[in-house]
Design a protein around this ligand. Structure first.
Ligand SMILES: Nc1ncnc2c1ncn2[C@@H]1O[C@H](COP(=O)(O)OP(=O)(O)OP(=O)(O)O)[C@@H](O)[C@H]1O
Length: 299
């Protein structure tokens, strides 16, 4: 089976508010899946349903082929969870805290495992207590805790939103380093984080996953692919803009294209040579995930 998680026609309302209207998507095993949506789109609600912490009004959720049932924790044996604001006993050292979690979850070879996890997330096994930890260190301790039971699926709810840029970069590198060990589902509204480490993306909007694909396929299906050329003179830029029906701004010309870059650029360069036009710079400008996101949610 290639999908670690499948949601089919999941619905969830709070009173009259239909948060999840018809949610269907799957997460391929081994991927780093970026679950994106605006604030209030329903990302946390979805994660709580996957963990059996909330009750869906309709639909099916399968983790590793097993049905998730509200209040039952069977599927959580293979799931690790990092909540948006992880809570710890601040008076403990990280090793003491992990020891407590390992005891509760009956993790075998706990001492060895705790050392491994602390090393993995870059925390020291020393006397420092959690209350002095930065947010980034807390997130990393949260990952160590979530990985204690060797999960197959790691779920992280907005793990980077409270971190500064350096802490975010560090945390994303850590998530990326887990790629061969565990499938990662992480929610965020920071699209550059998704571009940085995800290979799959699901875009949640209006209670549905509106697009779910590899990042590469989303780039191929949405947005305008563009090439920006600059010339030494505006006269040359104007000639180029006329030749390719591009958009000119002073010495720069933007060309929009469809399909593959290489064949398009070969024929563009041939036409430029034939017209005796020599760009002084040439830049491929593919759409960002922000642009793709805006296009998907406006559909
Ligand atoms: N227990 C609840 N009772 C009532 N409304 C709720 C409850 N939980 C969530 N909601 C509402 O459901 C909607 C989706 O919330 P959710 O926290 O899932 O969104 P989110 O995508 O995680 O947003 P954020 O990025 O702000 O965390 C919000 O409008 C929220 O107010």
């Amino acid at each position: 089976m290639s999908d670690i998680l499948t949601l089919e026609h999941v619905q969830k309302s709070f009173g009259t508010k239909h948060v999840l209207q018809d949610l269907s998507f799957s997460i391929p095993r081994g991927s780093i899946f970026g679950f994106v949506g605006e604030n209030g789109a329903g990302k946390t609600t979805t994660m709580r349903l996957i963990l059996g912490l909330g009750k869906a009004d309709a639909g099916t959720i399968l983790v590793n082929g097993d049905k998730v049932r509200f209040g039952e924790t069977k599927t959580n044996r293979i799931t690790g969870y990092l909540p948006d604001v992880p809570a710890f006993y601040d008076y403990m050292t990280p090793a003491e805290y992990l020891r407590l979690c390992a005891d509760i979850a009956a993790v075998p070879n706990a001492n060895e495992k705790i050392d491994q996890m602390l090393q993995l997330v870059g925390l020291k096994n020393d006397k420092h207590r959690i209350h002095g930890f930065s947010r980034g260190m807390r997130q990393r301790l949260g990952i160590a805790q979530a990985l204690l039971n060797d999960p197959q699926l790691l779920i992280c709810d907005e793990p980077t939103s409270a971190l500064d840029p350096a802490g975010r970069a560090e945390f994303l590198d850590l998530l990326y380093s887990l790629k061969d060990k565990v499938t990662v589902l992480f929610s965020t509204h920071i699209l550059s984080d998704v571009e940085r480490i995800s290979d799959w993306v699901g875009i949640l909007h209006d209670g549905r996953v509106q697009a779910c694909d590899t990042l590469a396929n989303l780039h191929a299906s949405y947005g305008h692919r563009q090439v920006v050329m600059t010339f030494a003179t505006t006269a040359e830029a104007q000639k180029c803009a006329e030749l390719f029906q591009g958009t000119q701004h002073e010495e720069a010309v933007t060309l929009t294209y469809h399909g593959e870059y290489a064949p398009m650029m070969k024929s563009t360069l041939q036409k430029l040579l034939a017209a005796n036009l020599t760009p002084v710079s040439l830049r491929k400008a593919d759409p960002t995930l922000d642009q793709i996101f805006m296009e998907v949610i406006k559909k």
